[in-house]
Design a protein around this ligand. Structure first.
Ligand code: NCD
Ligand code: ZN
Length: 348
């Protein structure tokens, strides 16, 4: 028996597309199923000005294969030198959808990020005034804070004080990985939401470390213990519109992942919808998938849902998808949840 499920076309509210050959190789993987994505600005050098965002958007659109439609929603990379006027005019021109805060040193290409949040206060106040959302990589980077505690410490020492200081600021806590983060976002007053990745719904830290180290499960924020994974799954299926999909699909070539000092990032663009259908079915909540993947994100950003649909079908035998995407820079391994998947997105 085949089950099928038709959803509004989903969007991805946190995506890394990179540039050049990598962009050309990974963009179709997202555009095949997703209508829009919030595009992360952590290129080398980062996307910091309105002009940078326009140029990057044009490169993305130029890389889109004929016959595919996809809307990149651009972000600026917040630095301590960001000019509030440039940011406001990029917003007014419809060039950017959000601004991204990377604490300096938190993750891939974050060296130009913010060292002291006090140094970007004027920019954040301006953003609150004009209603421009801030997407936050919510981890402290102090070397004496344990990597598994960095999100919780960020909530207590940075995010909560910041939101008390500038209550009108619209905040998205990106790729939340802890029950602490879920509780904070669910209970906070004011304008806050969180994105949840595909992989954090499917793995916990045991998957990374038990039985040999699995570099393709290493990402930042790093997956936490199973109780946190459970809290993420419950939030994703809760129907609470504060929680929605941001895959954080982040391609790195295999040599960069399978290394003595491997890069952080899971590449999930190719099979995200198959993975999500699997998770939501396991949770007995397939009826909640459309809200999570297709409705709550647009609502949060003041946009209409996509007017097209995708159809997922459940097969009797495992579905296949490529183990790797070939790029001119080298192969990129597709996220493997470690068990078969049975859901497939119908070609349209
Ligand atoms: C991202 C990347 O590779 O750009 N890596 C990751 O592990 N998620 C950066 C990020 O979002 O932290
Ligand atoms: Zn990311």
């Amino acid at each position: 028996m085949t089950y099928s499920l038709t959803l509004r076309r989903p969007d991805d509210w946190h995506l890394h597309l990179r540039d050049g050959a990598m962009l050309r190789a990974v963009l179709p993987e997202t555009a095949r199923h997703f209508g829009r994505s919030i595009i992360m600005p952590n290129l080398m050098p980062p996307v910091v000005t309105g002009d940078d965002a326009r140029a990057y958007r044009d490169r993305i659109l130029a890389a889109l294969p004929d016959g595919m439609t996809f809307t990149p929603l651009m972000t600026l990379y917040l630095t301590e030198g960001t000019d509030p006027n440039d940011l406001a005019s990029a917003h007014a021109a419809g060039l950017i959808t959000a601004v991204k805060l990377y604490p300096a040193g938190a993750t891939t290409n974050s060296a130009s990020g913010v060292r002291d949040i006090g140094n970007v206060r004027a920019v954040l106040e301006r953003m609150a005034e004009i209603g421009l959302p801030l997407c936050i990589h919510g981890e402290v980077t102090r070397h004496n804070v344990d990597i598994f505690d960095r999100e919780k410490v960020f909530l207590d020492t940075v995010l909560d004080p910041l939101r008390r200081d500038i209550p009108q600021l619209k905040v998205t806590l990106e790729h939340v990985t802890t029950s602490d983060g879920i509780d904070y976002v669910r209970e906070a007053s004011g304008d806050i939401a969180a994105t949840i990745t595909t992989h954090h719904l499917m793995i916990n830290r045991n998957h990374i470390l038990v039985g040999g180290i699995k570099p393709h499960y290493y990402c930042l924020p790093v997956a936490k213990r199973a109780t946190h994974q459970e809290a993420l799954r419950k939030a994703a299926i809760s129907g609470n519109p504060r929680f929605f999909l941001g895959t954080d699909s982040a391609p790195h070539t295999d040599p960069n992942k399978e290394s003595a000092c491997g890069c952080a990032g899971c590449f999930t663009a190719t099979n995200t919808m198959a993975c999500l259908a699997h998770v939501f079915e396991e949770e007995g909540a397939l009826d909640k998938l459309e809200g999570f993947a297709s409705l709550f994100g647009p609502a949060r950003y003041g946009l209409a849902p996509n007017d097209t649909t995708i159809t997922l079908v459940k097969e009797d035998t495992p579905v296949t998808y490529p183990a790797k995407i070939e790029t001119e820079d080298g192969p990129v391994t597709v996220f493997d949840p470690g068990h078969p998947l049975f859901w497939r997105v119908l070609d349209q």
